[in-house]
Ligand binder design. Structure first.
Ligand SMILES: Nc1nc2c(ncn2[C@@H]2O[C@H](COP(=O)(O)OP(=O)(O)OP(=O)(O)O)[C@@H](O)[C@H]2O)c(=O)[nH]1
Ligand SMILES: [Mg+2]
Length: 396
């Protein structure tokens, strides 16, 4: 299993540009709405500090790659079609699009901070990105609310005055959102709604839909097109607005990331993706030089283009996922490939979860793990931490 990060947002905010920059794919980009119709799935990477140097070794990566002691661990990235107001009623590409979202674990909401596209992605000026942030949340909430209402109707039709558990019915109705009855129950308790849906008014239902959405669709915001002056002004205003304080907002320029990766591939510069600087190593035309010098100012100011950082914030901050290296406590692994793999696992994964992640047979035969840094045994129920190096000892 590998995590899927979904890129969402209204049309023309730069989702495909972000996707291409992160995956070095060639999905069409355009200054007109709905350039993308079908979702595209590609491989992007998240950075993890390589553990091999701690063992005075270098690694031989098979999953992803390593550059100057930074591992780039693969993750799936999905470029979805633009979402417009009323999508939950079928506007734009409508419900299909919303269904696609269910195949993602976490979202990066790409927002055009330059304010040069309106609510439907058409060119304009002075559009407030706050509207887009609000609209996406509201749109998702309405979609959740519709499904929640169906669950409540079913519950009332089925049980009338009989004893039954609303959380069971709702969890079933909302199973596509990957929520179980205990989680639904916890959210109902958190909102103090009571367990009689007949007594929930519209606001109660909306609040519950919103709470379930927040729980099941964690999200970071990529403040895109930050290479424009208008975007900086908006960024300044929004990051100091108390209403938006609770959000993780990563300043980004998908354009800059793409330009740097391309120049690196061409040998014009040395650029490790995500870094806050790069080095010019080749001969440049004066145009290229001017372009790169502008991008240079930008990445030094913001410590990177933000593309890598947004993906990492999604996995490691919103989902609290951890990266784990399979290790070998006594010398080299059998295939001679030191630190071949690095995997991203859910928060609170245990030695046993890790063993099952590797293979069900390995999980079935698990004896214990070994923490390769300390050479100590760890039990099946031991919770792993980010960047742990663990050998699994199994009878299989
Ligand atoms: N200045 C600037 N423009 C950008 C940036 N990223 C994307 N753009 C431009 O924004 C426009 C829309 O980009 P796309 O990547 O096609 O947008 P999208 O969100 O995929 O749009 P749909 O597929 O229609 O939903 C294009 O003209 C891009 O060149 C950026 O970082 N800075
Ligand atoms: Mg697109």
């Amino acid at each position: 299993m590998s995590y899927r990060i979904g890129l969402v947002g209204k049309p023309s905010v730069g989702k495909s540009t972000f996707f291409n920059a992160a995956t070095m794919n060639d999905v069409p980009e355009g200054a007109y709405p709905f350039t993308t119709i079908d979702p595209s799935v590609g491989e992007a990477y998240v950075r993890v500090e390589c553990a091999a140097p701690e063992f005075d070794r270098s690694c031989t990566p098979e999953t992803g790659f390593c550059r100057d002691e930074t591992r780039f661990v693969p993750t799936k990235l999905v470029d979805v079609a633009g979402l417009i107001p009323g999508a939950h009623e079928g506007n734009g590409l409508g419900n299909q699009f919303l269904t696609d979202l269910n195949e993602t674990d976490v979202l990066v909401h790409v927002v055009d901070f330059s304010g040069t596209t309106d609510a439907e992605g058409e060119p304009t000026e002075g559009h407030d990105p706050r509207e887009d942030i609000d609209f996406l949340e509201t749109e998702l909430d309405m979609w959740y609310l519709e499904i929640l209402e169906k669950g409540i109707d079913k519950f009332e039709g089925r049980y009338g005055g009989e004893e039954a558990d609303i959380e069971v019915e709702l969890a079933e109705q909302m199973s596509a959102f990957r929520i179980n009855k205990d989680e639904v129950k916890r959210l109902i308790l958190r909102l103090d709604l009571g367990f009689e849906p007949a007594e929930w008014d519209v606001e109660d239902r909306e609040a519950l839909a919103r709470e379930i959405r927040k729980e099941t669709k964690p999200m970071v915001i990529a403040a895109n097109k930050m290479d424009t002056p208008a975007a900086r002004t908006n960024y300044e205003a929004i990051t100091t607005d108390p209403e938006y304080e609770h959000l993780t907002i990563v300043p980004a320029s998908a354009h800059a990331e793409k330009a740097l990766k391309r120049a690196d591939e061409q040998g014009a510069i040395e650029y490790r993706p995500g870094d806050g600087d790069f080095e010019i190593v080749g001969d440049l035309s004066s145009d290229q030089e001017a372009g790169l010098s502008q991008i240079g100012e930008f990445v030094r100011e913001f410590d990177g283009t933000g593309v890598q950082r947004a993906l990492e914030a999604a996995l490691f901050e919103e989902l609290d996922a951890i990266a784990v290296f399979p290790g070998s406590a006594n010398g080299d692994p059998e295939d001679g490939k030191f630190m071949r793999d690095c995997f991203v696992l859910p928060e609170s994964s245990t030695t046993e979860d890790f063993a099952y992640f590797l293979h069900s047979d390995i999980g079935d035969g698990l004896l214990h793990g070994i923490d390769c840094r300390s050479n100590r045994q760890v039990g099946a129920g031991h919770e792993l931490s980010h960047r742990d190096v663990i050998e699994i000892v199994s009878t299989n």
